[in-house]
Design a binder for this molecule. Structure first.
Ligand SMILES: Cc1cc2nc3c(=O)[nH]c(=O)nc-3n(C[C@H](O)[C@H](O)[C@H](O)COP(=O)(O)O)c2cc1C
Length: 189
């Protein structure tokens, strides 16, 4: 099926987001997709100095990351909400690349400990992915009160999210297939 780059948004040592990211990753794999699980905590990228394309000798981990982003058919960021926006860690990871994202769709998952599920972060990410050339699908998935939604082992407790997530992923798959078919005919640049 599709190759999907899933971005973890939080690098905090007590991060709730890793449970959301693993849950989404499992769902995508069960649907037959290949998931590139991109975790800024593991990557430990420095704050951006040169973009990938400006580097003369990029390190191995950045070359590997580039291949994943370039090969992906779609992007699924899992963002926390920090002061009504996405995280610096996610933004920093995304900013290393540009053309690699072009003409592929994104699908935004957000979460927070409050009732709004990180909707402000999701709205900012829509703008960011539009600029990256990977416009977001119409739906986004918000997880409210993330601390109560999963147990400590990452098991989903609020099962109504399963249905919402499945519908969201149905839509994402539709867009990935549509964009993929169109890319085969060529892209404007
Ligand atoms: C710097 C910072 C800013 C935050 N700002 C918001 C916010 O604007 N809205 C919100 O709903 N939650 C906010 N929170 C609470 C987060 O929803 C909560 O800490 C969540 O667990 C963050 O995800 P993480 O645990 O994966 O890092 C903020 C948390 C931090 C650390």
């Amino acid at each position: 099926m599709a190759k999907i780059a899933l971005f973890v948004g939080s690098v905090r040592q007590d991060r709730h987001g890793i449970k959301v990211a693993r849950w989404m990753s499992n769902k995508l794999e069960k649907r037959g997709h290949d998931v590139y699980f991109i975790d800024p905590l593991e990557l430990q990228l420095p704050m951006l100095d040169r973009m990938y394309k400006e580097m003369t000798n990029p390190p191995e981990k950045l070359r590997d990351l580039r291949e994943k982003i370039k090969n992906a058919d779609g992007y699924l960021p899992v963002t926390p909400e920090y002061n009504h926006s996405t995280s610096a860690a996610l933004k920093n990871t995304l900013d290393y690349f540009l053309e690699e994202y072009f003409f592929k769709p994104s699908a935004i998952v957000s979460y927070s400990v409050g009732q709004f599920g990180g909707i402000n972060a999701a709205q900012h990410l829509r703008q960011i992915f539009a600029e990256l050339g990977a416009p977001s699908i119409s739906s986004s998935l918000q997880i409210s009160r993330v601390q109560e939604t999963f147990d400590n082992d990452g098991k989903l407790l609020a099962t109504d999210y399963d249905k919402k997530a499945n519908r969201f992923l149905d839509e994402f798959e539709w867009y990935m297939e549509a964009f993929s078919n169109q890319r085969k005919k060529g892209t404007p640049y």
